[in-house]
Write a protein that binds this ligand. Structure first.
Ligand SMILES: *Cc1c(COP(=O)(O)O)cnc(C)c1O
Length: 388
């Protein structure tokens, strides 16, 4: 028997409680019964996003909500600024170009984060920029952007601020209203540890004004239609939603608030820190050099010469049942990524580090065997995490 562990930054492991909800018989999506769940989930998402803005639940993966964030608010030829620090920043550029927007790129080295001052300068240089798009946590590198600082800048310009928080939400605090975030995007299968297939998008008053002027056609992802339907009695969605996923999410959100958001953020911070320190003890280098730019969703680790990254992740997965992620885009084969996002505890991190050590050893890499797991345990004790 090989017991399986999913330790990627998405999809993430799902708790038994959430899976049991997901397995319940289907309700009809136009029934008052489902409407009640739908409204509860919407309200709980507002609490998670820290917003009074509208939030819509879309039945798609996170990328669908990214597309909705482009097609609902801009017109062909509009200028948008994309600050790209990795693969998902590149995705914002591709979607924007595909729908006829003029993309101004602010590209950073992968592993780095966006400099808010550069964004200010770009907005000053080109006052007709209509939107600024960035990732909160850039999952392809493990870096995190200073959304608060960027929000503070963008809010005094005419542009709207679009944040892809798909992997950052739940791992770190995000304050939509306080930080002036016009559009925030999330997904079910990352920090929330629910099944894949549902995404969320919040829309500010400022963004709704852009929506009125947008000339890009959208049908399935039409947020004005979503708003109309949310105001019906009972409130509902235009199309059949991922009913079971929404039901499962209701439970996942309850579990977050039961633990308390503060503790959830603390848990992610300690798990990420333990992973970082553990791999450093193995003599490996972290991909995000500046510790202040490291997020708490995923740890990216550089693979030393002489070790084949694909073979490493393959051994971990096939022989030991531990699935971690490799690198994406231009860092494919150069890094591995160990998640600790969502339904994740200290012993999961120990498992990830132990499997990494065993696989590295098999590939002939020299290090002090057991040093990584010992370091992770020390971090947990030092941070008092075992007593919590
Ligand atoms: C996972 C992820 C996406 C894409 O989400 P899908 O659900 O795979 O479509 C986009 N942005 C970030 C930051 C992500 O982590």
């Amino acid at each position: 028997m090989i017991k399986k562990y999913i330790m990627t930054p998405g999809p993430t492991p799902i708790s038994e409680e959430v899976l049991m909800e997901h397995a319940k018989p289907l309700m009809h999506h136009r029934s008052p019964e489902f409407s009640k769940v739908f409204m509860e989930v919407t309200e709980k998402l507002k609490k998670l996003f820290k917003t009074k803005n509208d939030i819509f639940i879309l039945t798609s993966s996170g990328t669908g909500a990214m597309e909705a964030g482009v097609t609902n608010f801009f017109s062909r030829g509009d200028k948008v600024l994309v600050a790209s620090i990795g693969n998902f920043g590149e995705r914002f550029k591709k979607i924007s170009s595909m729908f006829g927007l003029e993309v101004i790129s602010l590209d950073y080295e992968w592993g780095d984060a966006a400099n808010p001052e550069d964004i200010k300068k770009a907005l000053d240089d080109e006052p007709d920029i209509k939107g600024v798009m960035v990732q909160f946590s850039e999952t392809s590198t493990g870096a995190i952007n200073d959304i608060k600082a960027i929000g503070n800048i963008v809010k005094s310009y005419p542009a709207i601020f679009i944040v892809d928080a798909i992997s950052g939400l739940v791992a770190s605090d995000l304050r939509t209203d306080e930080w002036g975030l016009d559009i925030v995007i999330g997904g079910s299968q990352k920090g929330l540890s629910a099944p894949t297939g549902v995404a969320f998008i919040s829309v500010s008053e400022k963004a709704w004004k852009f929506n009125e002027k947008s000339d890009i056609p959208c049908f399935y992802f039409d947020l004005a239609a979503a708003k109309d339907y949310s105001q019906k009695t009972p409130p509902q969605t235009p199309w059949t939603p991922g009913i079971s996923i929404v039901v499962a999410l209701n439970k996942a959100l309850d579990m977050l608030f039961e633990e308390s958001l503060e503790k959830v953020f603390g848990r992610h911070r300690v798990l990420a820190l333990a992973t970082q320190k553990a791999v450093e003890k193995l003599g490996l280098k972290l991909f995000v050099k500046d510790e202040n730019k490291r997020g708490f969703s995923v740890t990216s680790v550089m693979i030393p010469d002489g070790v084949n990254a694909k073979e490493l992740t393959r051994i971990m997965r096939v022989k030991y049942g531990v699935t971690i992620a490799g690198g994406q885009g231009k860092v494919a084969g150069k890094i591995i990524r160990i998640g600790n996002l969502g339904y994740f505890g200290i012993f999961d991190t120990i498992i990830a580090v132990a499997a990494l050590e065993i696989a590295l050893n098999e590939l002939g890499y020299k290090f002090e065997f057991g040093a990584g797991t010992a370091e992770a345990e020390k971090i947990f004790i030092k941070n008092n995490y075992l007593n919590d």
